[in-house]
Design a binder for this molecule. Structure first.
Ligand SMILES: Cc1ncc(COP(=O)(O)O)c(C=O)c1O
Length: 412
């Protein structure tokens, strides 16, 4: 099976931006989401999984309604991490299967998870278990639970964003698991369905990720034997598949990863293995486009000052990278005086915030960029708008444009 990272459909995005520019009365700043690209990528990813493996989408990456509507028929369900996400999803999707992860769940969140039919709660501590059991007893129901465990794994290959395998606030540390399992034996109002692991994000190495899954499944096998756990039906192996922003041509090799999954089937002992991926599903479908307001020099550097900034698109700052971009030339020029610009130069692209940290790309070569052109950042569909501090300086919010998905049957 050949499957590469999804193609970026620049022509379609550029046509949309030219249309938007024609109707813009102020400098243009917009997100563009290519829902057809999203549909194809998510379908290919889900269909590449062998029997016994399921794909959930972690909506924290991008919970916009058109994104969720595109993904709902393709994913097995959604992973949510707050009462706000739970209410949002249930308002629009009455039936979609939900799993609820995340630290610091409040009483109200635990109670609504039970009331709104969440399929499994990923519990982070004994105290959270006790509170959940209390609400389950009150309602006369059994709460379906996976214990999230922070495992120490020998030789663990770290990424740039580690949620476990080291001291973190996430999950139950391995040495506290026996106490939790003993407590569960005396509390039938909780049904232990399995274990949950999410030790890292930004994984770019398919072979390392297969080894990690293998370690998870072996550990679960040992716990089942040691503690006689006979109610388990699943292992949730988290999300964490990365997007290579620094070297976009070298993406996670999903085809090799999917090809390696059947070999893990022996370890899974009949348990369903669930993924809850966010970034890898939606990053590729999004573009953040900014009209260039000014091009200027300071000392030996050239700066492209564009409409918007990290308050809309925090991804490069959050991950500490220089984000790749393309210049979309725009020929119309509204002023009677000359147009600032540079050719064959290295530029930094900055936004409108009054801070030297408002940098989206640094020291990047361009053929040409002028005021009035658009700079367009791809890979902006995940942890982009949704992790940004939108109201800093009270600039207007960008537009959000969703290029429609084609009819799946017609496109087949
Ligand atoms: C528990 C959990 N699951 C899934 C995800 C999604 O991770 P990613 O977007 O890297 O796939 C996260 C992200 O923080 C997480 O904390």
């Amino acid at each position: 099976m050949a499957m590469t990272a999804p193609e970026l459909r620049w022509t379609r995005v550029a046509a949309q931006l030219h249309d938007a520019l024609a109707s813009a009365s102020a400098p243009l700043c917009t997100y563009v989401y290519d829902l057809e690209a999203l549909r194809r990528h998510a379908a290919a990813t889900a269909h590449s999984l062998p029997p016994g493996f399921e794909l959930f989408y972690a909506i924290k990456a991008n919970s916009d309604l058109p994104i969720l509507q595109t993904l709902a028929p393709l994913a097995h369900g959604f992973e949510i991490s707050s009462g706000g996400e739970l209410a949002w999803v249930r308002e629009h999707f009455a039936e979609v299967p939900l799993i609820f992860s995340g630290p610091g769940k409040t009483d109200a969140e635990l109670a609504s998870a039970l009331d709104l039919g969440v399929e499994a709660l990923h519990v982070e501590s004994l105290h959270e278990l006790e509170r959940l059991a209390w609400f389950a007893r009150e309602r006369g129901v059994t709460a379906p639970v996976l214990l999230r465990v922070n495992l120490a794994i020998e030789g663990l290959q770290a990424t740039t964003l580690m949620m476990g395998g080291r001291p973190t606030p996430f999950g139950i540390a391995g040495d506290q698991l026996p106490a939790c399992l003993a407590w569960l034996r005396a509390h039938p109002e909780i049904r232990l369905r399995g274990f949950h692991f999410h030790l890292m994000s930004h994984q770019l190495d398919a072979a390392a990720h297969l080894r990690l899954l293998d370690a998870y499944l072996q550990q679960v096998r040992r716990w089942r034997a040691e503690y006689g756990l006979d109610t388990l039906d699943q292992v949730n192996v988290g999300g964490g598949i990365g997007v290579n922003y620094r070297e976009p041509e070298r993406q996670f090799d999903w085809a090799a990863f999917a090809a390696g999954l059947p070999a893990l089937s022996e370890q899974r002992d009949g348990l369903t293995v669930r993924f809850e991926c966010g970034r890898y599903i939606t990053a590729f479908c999004g573009y953040y486009a900014m009209e260039v307001i000014d091009v200027k020099h300071a000392f030996d550097r050239a700066f492209v000052v564009a409409c918007g900034g990290t308050h809309h698109f925090r991804t490069p700052y959050a991950q500490g990278h220089s984000h790749p971009f393309r210049v979309l030339p725009v020929e119309s020029w509204r002023y009677p005086f000359s147009r600032p610009g540079v050719s064959d130069a290295r530029v930094s692209v900055v936004g409108q915030l009054c801070t030297p940290k408002d940098i989206l790309a640094q020291d990047t070569p361009v053929d040409s960029v002028r005021a009035g052109d658009m700079v367009v950042f791809p890979y902006a569909g995940a942890y982009a708008w949704h992790i940004s501090h939108h109201d800093f300086l009270r600039h207007p919010h960008p537009r959000h444009c969703y290029l429609p998905a084609e009819d799946a049957d017609a496109a087949a």
